[in-house]
Design a protein around this ligand. Structure first.
Ligand code: HEM
Length: 392
């Protein structure tokens, strides 16, 4: 039986031993269940992410957008596009989603961290995901986009229903929920963006509605798909990066103590958290022109799986890759991807993680795990804990 068992609960709890056992047999393996080649090593995953003979879109394009709101979002999202459309859209979004705009959020993010931790302090502890790591990025994206406070509670359920489609082989019920959420969310954003076109504010939706580059603009559908993508791509991974990272620290108390003594190491520690327990484990690409990698001929129309968590523990690149070590220094981990689809939100994710860890460690010097060891949610692609209870 194959060691790659993405639907098996033991594998989902800890896929890393299976990756190492698979790596012994070679740099890639064929999985009958998904009819795909999977690549494990850093050089191959990095190379295939940059390889233009592979793409995010299947050759014949995505299913017709008119058929479903979910497909409409995919069709108009840079995530699923190829150049030249991808280049046009990403350039436009980069023009308004600037390092300055991200940096301008610093005070608001810090204030939101304090507000969430005030409530936790009063309670003597918290479920670190639901009470801290999940609401924070949603509030930040809502603020960035200019979603009114009264509507913010709708964002997370919509987003959760849509991202559930990124697991391998989603069920019909999951697809139906994603469709409903896509339709509701799109309609909400269409109304909001039209209102902002009439009366622009100092927010990203207004900026996206106005941005132009050499005559190119975003269509209304592209604007909607971009906002949905920013929320979807922007919060789940950040929440799980925080949860996986905090759990790593709690399991390595001597390194947690080091970090408390030397908080200046936090940026480096966050990079190690992203490497060691990567929140997004798998991305897929379609072969658009035949290519041979590691002696494997990848035919046109074939889909390949890139195992980020395995690549981030490749012994050819990382010394003692199984060890969590906040003193590792700069590493070329692939948690944010590589090539043209490299994460647009990496600077924002890093800022959110730095501020949220800094506030937590400063305010609760005796924080410890409350109750039993946490379990990972029963998924493979989006890797994160079910819950993580701490007490102060
Ligand atoms: C720790 C948190 C995060 C992780 C681990 C992460 C990871 C990734 C990865 C691996 C990709 C590339 C996918 C591929 O090549 O197929 C990606 C793309 C993307 N991410 Fe992130 N991300 C995070 C946070 C964010 C945030 C906060 C935002 C926005 C606010 C964001 C927005 C995007 C967008 C728009 C893309 C698509 C870029 C493109 O297709 O060109 N991400 N992310």
């Amino acid at each position: 039986m194959s060691l790659f068992q993405p639907h098996n609960s033991e594998f989902q709890q800890n896929p890393y031993p299976a990756f190492e056992a698979l790596r012994v047999d070679g740099p890639a393996f064929w999985d009958e269940a998904s009819s795909m080649w999977y690549f494990l090593n850093h050089a191959d995953v990095d190379g295939l992410l940059r390889e233009r003979r592979l793409g995010r879109e299947p050759l014949g394009g995505l299913p017709a957008a008119a058929e479903s709101a979910f497909e409409m979002l995919n069709q108009h999202s840079m995530f699923d596009m190829e150049p030249p459309d991808h280049t046009r859209l990403k350039t436009l979004v980069h023009k308004v989603f600037t390092p300055r705009r991200v940096e301008s959020l610093r005070a608001q993010i810090a204030a939101e961290c304090e507000r969430l931790l005030d409530a936790a302090a009063a309670a003597g502890g918290m479920e670190a995901l639901a009470d801290y790591a999940a609401p924070l990025p949603v509030a930040v994206i809502a603020e960035l986009l200019g979603v009114p406070a009264a509507d913010r509670h709708k964002l997370r359920p919509w987003s959760a229903a849509i991202v559930a489609m990124y697991e391998l082989a989603p069920s019909a019920a999951v697809a139906a929920a994603a469709e409903t959420a896509s339709a509701e969310f799109s309609e909400y954003l269409r109304a909001l963006s039209r209102a902002r076109q009439k009366t622009p504010g100092d927010d990203l939706i207004s900026a996206l509605a106005q941005v132009q580059e050499e005559g190119a603009r975003l269509s209304e559908d592209e604007l909607i798909a971009t906002c949905v993508l920013l929320l979807n791509a922007g919060h789940e991974a950040t929440t799980n990066a925080f949860g996986n990272g905090l759990w790593a620290l709690l399991r390595h108390p001597e390194q947690l103590a080091d970090l408390r003594r030397e908080p200046g190491r936090l940026p480096e520690a966050i990079e190690e958290m992203l490497r060691w327990d990567t929140p997004l484990q798998l991305f897929r690409r379609w072969v658009r022109t035949e290519v041979e990698i590691q002696g494997i001929r990848l035919a046109v129309g074939q889909q390949v799986g890139l195992l980020f968590g395995a690549a981030n523990r490749d012994p050819a690149v990382f010394a003692q890759p199984e060890a969590f070590d906040i003193r590792r220094g700069p590493t070329p981990h692939l948690a944010f991807g590589a090539g043209i689809h490299y994460c647009l939100g990496a600077p924002l994710a890093r800022l959110e993680l730095q501020l949220s860890f800094a506030a937590l460690l400063r305010r609760f010097p005796t924080m410890r795990l409350a109750g039993a060891e946490p379990a990972y949610a029963p998924r493979f692609v989006i890797r994160g804990l079910e819950e993580l209870r701490v007490e102060f």
